[in-house]
Write a new protein. Structure first.
Ligand SMILES: Nc1ncnc2c1ncn2[C@@H]1O[C@H](COP(=O)(O)OP(=O)(O)O)[C@@H](O)[C@H]1O
Ligand SMILES: [Mg+2]
Length: 236
């Protein structure tokens, strides 16, 4: 597959603690990849390192062939990576509509696939709340808005950390359905979540991190074939 993002031998530390240990991670154009692992295994750190939010001490990160390691997060975003961090982070004192408009930008390749109306079509609940303030939204609506906001920059890759954590089951289903629609539009997705079945339904490839090292990388079929190993690594 035509690679979009390719990281090799990534090492990252928090102080003396070695958190990413030689991680290789790749995402093809339009590919859907899950990032799995128990709490504290380095999933968030990997996403933050790819986004330029956490420094990597060594390794290589390429986006569309360009060497982006050491770039500022804003430059990585402009180059085509949208990030939905754990715990969201919308502007509470802007309306839903303003949160979206504020983030609008053409994609790195000049695409303008995602508009405010496109986001409202994707998330009808946000359309109903377009004049509400960010701080008046439910947890699920905030997550929808954070995803919508990331899409407004027309990213080639969307990275979603803890996609459905803390959300009610029906809202979770909404998020999964929407991520599928986004993937169907050709946006590559990396998603961290706890629900293995939902991840298997959405993603074509899966990566398991244990203590900052990749212990499994393979297709949904390969993941299913090693169910016992996978469940033990995930503590399920
Ligand atoms: N800001 C930080 N400072 C120090 N240690 C951190 C920080 N963030 C995470 N860690 C540690 O790094 C390891 C990986 O954390 P994290 O990437 O958040 O894992 P995950 O997302 O898989 O739960 C954990 O041991 C965690 O305690
Ligand atoms: Mg995390």
């Amino acid at each position: 597959m035509n690679e979009l993002l390719e990281a090799r031998g990534l090492n990252a530390y928090y102080g003396a603690s070695h958190v990413l240990r030689g991680v290789d991670f790749r995402v093809g154009r339009g590919e859907t990849v899950s990032l799995l692992g128990r709490n504290g295994m380095g999933k968030t750190t990997l996403l933050r390192t790819l986004m330029g939010l956490t420094p990597s001490k060594s390794g290589d990160i390429r986006l569309g062939g360009a060497d982006i390691r050491g770039w500022r997060p804003s430059a990585i975003a402009r180059a085509g990576v949208g990030f939905v961090p754990e715990g969201r982070g919308i502007f509470p004192n802007l309306t839903v509509e303003e949160n979206l408009v504020f983030a609008a930008r053409e994609g790195a390749d000049g695409r303008r696939d995602w508009t405010r109306e496109g986001i409202f079509a994707l998330f009808p609940r946000l359309a109903e709340r377009r004049t509400n303030w960010g701080n008046q939204l439910s947890g699920g609506e905030q997550q929808m808005l954070t995803i919508g906001r990331a899409l407004m920059s027309n990213p080639a890759l969307l990275m979603v950390d803890e996609a459905t954590e803390g959300l009610a089951p029906l809202v979770r289903d909404d998020i999964w359905r929407t991520l599928k629609l986004i993937a169907d539009k050709g946006v590559a997705i990396v998603v961290v979540d706890k629900n293995l079945d939902d991840l298997k339904a959405l993603c074509r490839r899966h990566v398991i991190l244990v203590k900052g090292e990749v212990v499994f990388e393979g297709s949904t079929e390969e993941l299913a074939a090693r169910d016992d190993f996978v469940r033990s690594q995930l503590g399920l």
